[in-house]
Design a protein around this ligand. Structure first.
Ligand code: GLU
Length: 321
């Protein structure tokens, strides 16, 4: 691992940045600053149909307005670029080939319809959907012939049964039974790797030492842990934050204008007030203090005091600051 800690924020530019995304960015920024480490911004724009340059600009503007300066990123440059995931496709493909060469994948010819049918049957039977493994043991010659005949085939990761665990910096030891998963797709039939694999490659190559993100990524993390292992790589440390929920206790959505950072800016809130508010959304200093400058936050913030339960976003509170 790199000597200096390297944190990152990896937003998908599929909407304007909301309070929950901003909190992820802020916490990573604070942790990077207080440890004398680096804060990296990587734009995860591989959902080509939903990512737009306008949203990317909105993300950069939103984070910039909050005063979260990244040390490396698409506009800032750095030694670990490119920092837009869409520009890293060839690298992802090379790593997918490594995973395949090490025997951890197989080609799957199951059609969308077949898979949908499998899921329907599982649901009817009250079972969680899980890939049947139909293509797991196809003979190499059959795979060759079918590929040559132009049949489409995704690439699946061959999951080994057993417990997968990691030490979460916020939640402690987390464990899941890989036997529940089924072999998951790492490459689409057009050869492009899926998000969950690209993240492993990018975090590794960008020498990220600490991945701090929302708890909605825990199920991805377990799969990423086994992919690191399969590639013979040391995984970063992981920390999952509680989710931010709206007043109705639903997950925040990029489509909900009332939680967009941009909205607060337009309404005339000061960035310092928004930062202060976000800082206390899922973290407390352990004393009575409620007003912090960025410098004070860098000083006071600690991973140990991030709360473990979900944080309900109470808009009215923002007016306190
Ligand atoms: N691009 C992902 C998202 O916006 C974040 C991935 C990550 O932090 O690993 O949810």
């Amino acid at each position: 691992m790199a000597d200096k800690r390297r944190f990152r924020m990896a937003p998908s530019p599929t909407g304007s940045i909301h309070i929950g995304n901003a909190r992820t960015a802020l916490y990573n920024y604070l942790l990077a600053r207080q440890s004398g480490g680096t804060f990296v911004l990587r734009i995860e724009d591989t959902a080509r149909d939903r990512s737009t340059p306008e949203f990317e600009q909105a993300v950069l503007d939103g984070l910039g307005w909050l005063g979260l300066k990244w040390d490396e990123g698409p506009d800032a440059g750095g030694e670990h670029g490119p920092y837009r995931q869409s520009e890293r496709l060839e690298t992802h493909k090379e790593w997918l080939a490594k995973l395949t060469a090490a025997g951890h994948t197989y080609r799957c010819f199951c059609t969308r319809e077949e898979l949908a049918e499998e899921r329907k049957v599982a649901q009817k039977a009250g079972r969680a959907p899980k890939y049947s493994g139909k293509c797991r043991n196809l003979k190499a010659e059959e795979v060759e012939t079918r590929l040559e005949a132009g049949e489409e085939a995704a690439t699946r990761f061959r999951v080994m049964p057993g417990q997968v665990s990691f030490e979460d910096m916020i939640l402690g030891r987390l464990e899941e039974d890989a036997g529940l998963w089924g072999d998951f797709i790492v490459g689409r039939s057009d050869g492009t790797p899926v998000y969950n694999f690209a993240v492993v490659v990018d975090d590794h190559l960008m020498e990220i030492t600490d991945v701090v993100r929302g708890g909605d990524h825990i199920s991805n993390t377990f799969k990423q842990v086994v992919m690191y292992e399969a590639l013979g790589l040391e995984p970063p440390r992981f920390g999952h934050m509680p989710l931010t929920l709206n007043a109705k206790r639903q997950k925040l959505s990029k489509r909900d204008g009332s939680v967009a950072v941009e909205g607060y800016r337009e309404q005339g809130y000061l960035p310092e007030a928004v930062v202060n508010f976000i800082a206390l959304l899922g973290w407390n200093p352990g004393d009575e203090r409620e007003l912090f400058t960025m410098e004070e936050l860098i000083e006071a913030f600690s991973m140990e005091r991030i709360t473990k339960s979900n944080a309900v976003f109470d808009f009215a509170r923002l007016d306190w600051f």
